[in-house]
Design a protein around this ligand. Structure first.
Ligand SMILES: Cc1ncc(COP(=O)(O)O)c(C=O)c1O
Length: 423
């Protein structure tokens, strides 16, 4: 008999106002078998309307050539401003504090150019230990680019011995002990490996109290957890849109810059697309930034990527961000109930890296397999449950409110338990 009743899970789905939203997505089918997809933390599923949104750009290009910037259903010049009101709700910002451009690592470098301004003894950068590798390489090479020694400039907050997580207390104490040596705090909003949500509000307040600036890499947070970047007074943030924001592989990134930095004197690396829009085409010498976060754009926007992003943001808008958070929490609580039941029945098989405190986690759960990890992963994939494997022994999964169901989770629980029985 199955450990988890599919009828009970289906009853939970029947009460879910967002249940039918999963029909707006293309669910992967491998060798004729429809998969259950749990990897919104890696690459979100494709909205069905993405294909027509891309085709719209292609038709506009075909019909009008370069005039597509000004003509057609949605002239390309307007696409950016169509997205920012929707995106700003997702990250808790004013629309003019958000811009859509480039990709995440590029944007992190650009934000370093604006907001990492070492001076005198104020040179240190504080980040989390084991940040995503691209962030680590960015810090290292950015320091070298300025002629600074990464070893002495970058300070990492580590988990305490015996813990997988970084305590807020340790982050705040390190900030205060660095004091006027601290130039910048740049953390992720959610650690990619453990799924730990950092207390962005408290980190921002503590860092600003010692005179440092604060930014966040929200790759795993945007479109996942509640964010209030403006009200938390965060200086800047960047994210990708291919994970929880479902905008496709290599999708266009996003940036938040608090409005207090929007003046012309904030240093930046500039390009023509960040030039004041009203006079951009006069092509004059001397950079004049556009108002708001748009003044950080560099290049002609990639309209095909914009189209994918817009198609996805429209679904967030339709579902409503509050409803999505309610469902995320309900799905996540159900998953943890399922995992607790499995744990009771399979002692000593797993340990959870993700915090048990619901306020410190989003969609993702990282399961450290104490034995038979790779066998478990292979067997889950074999059964059409798409999760991911992180060396040396971690399975990550992230049920997301736009397209996962309670039934998906019950099926995962039954499969996990049955496979564990076979070891
Ligand atoms: C936390 C984090 N930062 C940075 C990156 C790199 O993003 P990109 O490849 O879009 O530059 C990723 C990619 O998954 C990530 O998870």
């Amino acid at each position: 008999m199955s450990l988890f009743s599919l009828d009970q899970a289906a009853a939970l789905d029947a009460q879910d106002p967002l249940h039918s939203f999963r029909q707006n997505f293309v669910h992967p089918t491998i060798e004729g078998k429809k998969q259950i997809y749990f990897l919104g933390n890696s690459l979100g599923l494709q909205p069905i309307k993405t294909a027509s949104a891309i085709n719209e750009v292609l038709s506009q290009w075909g019909n009008y050539g370069v005039e597509g910037f000004f003509m057609g259903e949605r002239p390309w010049m307007q696409m950016h401003d169509l997205m920012t009101p929707m995106l700003s709700k997702i990250v808790g910002a004013n629309p003019h504090e958000v811009t859509v451009m480039n990709q995440l690592t590029v944007n992190l470098h650009l934000m370093m150019a604006s907001f990492y301004r070492p001076q005198g003894k104020r040179v240190k950068i504080l980040c989390e230990a084991k940040a995503f590798p691209s962030d680590q390489y960015m810090f290292e090479t950015y320091c070298e680019h300025l002629g600074l020694n990464p070893e002495t400039t970058i300070v990492e907050v580590m988990p305490r011995t015996g813990s997988d997580l970084i305590s807020t207390e340790d982050i705040l104490n390190t900030i205060s002990s660095l004091g006027d040596e601290l130039a910048l705090v740049l953390f992720s909003g959610i650690n990619y490996y453990t799924g730990q949500v950092f207390d962005m509000k408290a980190i921002t307040k503590a860092a600003q109290e010692v005179g440092a600036l604060v930014g966040f890499d929200l790759a795993h947070a945007a479109g996942n957890i509640e964010l209030h970047l403006h009200n938390w007074n965060v200086d800047f943030a960047c994210w990708c849109s291919y994970k929880y924001l479902n905008s496709g592989p290599g999708a266009v990134g996003g940036v938040f810059i608090h409005e207090r930095h929007h003046h012309h004197n904030t240093p930046r690396l500039a390009g023509w697309w960040g030039y004041d829009e009203s006079t951009r085409f006069k092509m004059e010498k001397g950079f004049v930034p556009d108002s708001g976060a748009k003044g950080w754009q560099l290049s002609t926007p990639a309209m095909l990527l914009y189209a994918c992003h817009l198609a996805s943001l429209e679904l967030f808008e339709e579902a409503g961000i509050e409803q999505l958070h309610l469902k995320r929490k309900a799905l996540n609580n159900y998953l943890w109930e399922v995992l607790a039941t499995i744990d009771n029945n399979t002692k000593g098989l797993v340990r959870y890296l993700t915090p048990t405190d619901p306020n410190q986690r989003g969609c993702q759960v990282s399961i450290l397999m104490l034995k038979n990890g790779r066998n478990m992963y292979d067997a889950l994939m074999e059964r059409g449950l798409i999760v991911d494997w992180r060396e040396p022994d971690v399975i990550r999964l992230a049920p997301v409110p736009l397209y996962n169901s309670f039934e998906d989770i019950a099926k995962f629980g039954n499969a996990f338990y049955e496979i564990a029985q076979s070891f």
